[in-house]
Design a binder for this molecule. Structure first.
Ligand SMILES: C[S@@+](CC[C@H](N)C(=O)[O-])C[C@H]1O[C@@H](n2cnc3c(N)ncnc32)[C@H](O)[C@@H]1O
Length: 358
């Protein structure tokens, strides 16, 4: 009997549901395609099994996992189902390594399609499998988290897994479906080659640590060199301060992107969250200084105002800023939860919502 023919109709209906139990939009699309007689083979002819648990957190138009599903490349898993191959997951313990080649070749690879900001809603104990892995340091090329280490999207995560075990051909096959896809392999080329030469999980972690040390030293050198050169090359120093403080008003993702590209010493934890640096206070002080104004004799212009009786008029703007910063709340992943501001999955602001995670 052909594989899958003995499934009950309920089982096959469940396969077209997302991990939340909702009927996948793809169910309807696929059904339409099948009715039209289009040939859809298992995994769209991809050499190994690809799977995902989809928690429907993301905008389907921008979601790389959903796109792989639309292409017929990836299979949806239910909560409660386990996967035999390598599961690339934030819940992994060791990192993907070349020794995983055999598992990948015989059983494929899977990912967890969910929002980075909502990992605490994912029932990791009911999904996954016995080969759950983290990815080592690699930099995202997708438009949402471009330049951000560790925070790969689903197609990048699968491609990274294949590339590390030595199947760069499979990585390319997946990424070719995305306009920015092959950039991921380009920006990580050297590092992928480093990982490919390793053996087990420990050796990949060691290679990662050495790489991080190297880029940290390079960044330090650039910073030192930059300071020497800046004074001659930057021209209007005040202009630079203004650009820095404008950046502070950007959204988290934009800010991280700018920081990551700037070569400043940004540190991340293994899930790509920015670790606040000790010198944050200094930065704040710098910002305050940059907002000070001087008259043309170099005297500081006091920003305080007085009424006609000589009483101090409080600066309303500053007051409301203070109030806002007091209200800042962070979720369990260290993401800022901003009151009255909601962002869509690309970080665009959606107005007038009471509270949400950025
Ligand atoms: C959090 S989802 C975000 C998906 C995104 N919305 C998209 O369009 O693909 C990304 C998934 O890729 C895998 N992944 C990405 N980076 C990873 C890393 N550094 N370690 C382990 N898994 C990772 C995990 O399965 C993770 O759940």
């Amino acid at each position: 009997m052909a594989k899958g023919k003995n499934k009950t109709s309920e089982e096959s209906t469940n396969r077209t549901r997302t991990s939340n139990g909702h009927k996948s939009k793809q169910h309807h699309i696929r059904k339409g395609r099948q009715e039209a007689g289009a040939a859809t083979t298992k995994n769209g002819n991809f050499p190994v099994k690809l799977a995902m648990w989809d928690f429907d957190h993301c905008d389907p138009k921008r979601c790389s996992g959903k796109k792989l599903e639309r292409l017929g490349l990836i299979k949806n898993m239910r909560v409660g189902q386990k996967f035999q191959g390598v599961v690339v997951s934030p819940n992994g313990k060791g990192v993907v390594c070349p020794n995983d080649l055999e598992i990948v070749e015989s059983n494929g690879a899977a990912v967890v399609e969910c929002s980075w900001a909502r990992l605490d809603e994912v029932p990791f104990n009911k999904i996954g499998g016995k080969n759950e892995r983290l990815l080592p340091y690699l930099v995202a090329a997708n438009p949402v988290n471009y330049g951000r280490p560790w925070r790969l999207n689903c197609v990048e995560a699968l491609a990274a897994c294949f590339a590390i075990v030595g199947h760069i051909d499979w990585a390319e096959m997946l990424l070719e479906n995305f306009s920015w896809g092959l950039t991921f392999l380009k920006i990580n080329e050297e590092l992928i080659q480093v990982y490919q030469k390793c053996t087990d999980s420990e050796s990949v972690t060691e290679a990662q640590e050495n790489w991080l040390k190297k880029i940290e030293e390079e960044a330090k050198e650039r910073k030192e060199r930059g300071q020497d050169e800046d004074i001659w090359m930057m021209g209007n120093v005040n202009k630079k301060d203004r650009i820095d403080s404008e950046t502070d008003e950007d959204t988290d993702d934009e800010e991280n992107e700018v920081l990551a590209r700037s070569g400043r010493n940004v540190k991340y934890d293994s899930l790509g969250n920015i670790i606040p640096e000790d010198d944050d206070e200094d930065e704040d002080e710098d910002e305050d200084e940059s907002s000070e104004e001087y008259d043309n004799l170099g005297n500081r212009i006091e920003k305080v105002k007085y009424d006609s009786l000589g009483n101090l008029i409080e600066d309303e703007e500053e007051e409301s800023e203070d109030e806002e910063s007091e209200e800042e709340v962070y979720d369990s992943l260290g993401n800022l939860v901003k009151p009255n501001v909601q962002y869509d999955s690309l970080g665009n602001v959606i107005e007038n919502v009471s509270k949400m995670t950025v």
